[in-house]
Ligand binder design. Structure first.
Ligand SMILES: [Zn+2]
Ligand SMILES: [Zn+2]
Length: 249
């Protein structure tokens, strides 16, 4: 609700202060409501897919998105398990587009509310028809996105309609079976730890792998969901040493 109200306010503010201008600015102000709905869905879908793809491929962004993926239990509440930087990464490109093209504020409000509802449905413990997953990011489709099964790693990035996954070859949707393993057992469930842990992990990657490692192709993900990097190995060495010390004592 707050997100929807904020985006709608942003559009109204842009219409009052920015108005129409060159290069398509404000092009949706006078457009038919049908075009507004179409543009809102398209802008939402493209920006979500692109931001989500970047969050998985760029190690710096992954450390924030990892909070959402660390959950071992998937249900509608998983939509609330996000780092605020991650949420901003997803919202920023969309907010820029709606501020620039200025669609109808009421429809913008409705679309973001729909988007929020869909996130809860898509993470839900709901059994629905298999064929739906060929068109939409339904619970089964998104479950594979969260799974620790190697064949489904970095697949199924869409929210709502999932045609971009099918077009770009990032869809993974087998007819049989549903994934069973999710998340990372040792990632904290505390909202406070979740909000500072990415900064600690980013610091460690920069320290042990170099700052460029934060922008290069991401490290592999093991079966347990653990990220393989020098900093991660350093971390596990440290914990091994601690175990040894404890055993010695
Ligand atoms: Zn993801
Ligand atoms: Zn998710």
């Amino acid at each position: 609700m707050i997100n929807s109200a904020f985006a709608a306010w942003l559009v109204i503010y842009a219409q009052n202060h920015g108005g129409q201008g060159p290069y398509g600015r404000g092009i949706l102000i006078d457009a038919h409501w049908g075009w507004n709905v179409f543009a809102l869905l398209l802008m939402g879908h493209v920006t979500f897919y692109a931001a989500h793809y970047a969050c998985h491929k760029i190690p710096l962004l992954w450390q924030f998105h990892r909070v959402h993926h660390s959950t071992q239990v998937l249900d509608s509440f998983s939509t609330s398990r996000f780092h605020i930087v991650d949420k901003t990464t997803f919202a920023a490109p969309y907010l820029l587009l709606v501020t620039y093209f200025q669609p109808d504020p009421a429809l913008t409000f409705l679309f973001i509310s729909f988007n929020d509802f869909f996130g809860r449905y898509g993470h839900g413990n709901i059994k629905d028809p298999h064929w739906l997953g060929y068109f939409m990011s339904n619970p089964k489709f998104h479950r594979w996105h969260h799974s620790n099964h190697p064949e489904a790693t970095n697949k199924n990035f869409s929210a709502e309609f999932n045609f971009l996954d099918w077009i770009f070859g990032t869809a993974y949707y087998p007819k049989e079976g549903i994934p069973e393993r999710f998340g990372e057992a040792d990632y904290s469930n505390s909202i406070f730890v979740q909000h500072y842990q990415p900064f600690v992990d980013i610091y460690n990657i920069a320290k042990y792998d170099g700052i460029t490692a934060l922008f290069k192709k991401p490290f592999g993900k093991s079966d347990s969901g653990e990220i393989q990097s020098k900093s991660a190995m350093q971390k596990s060495n440290n914990s091994d040493n601690t175990t040894e010390e404890v055993l010695k004592d």
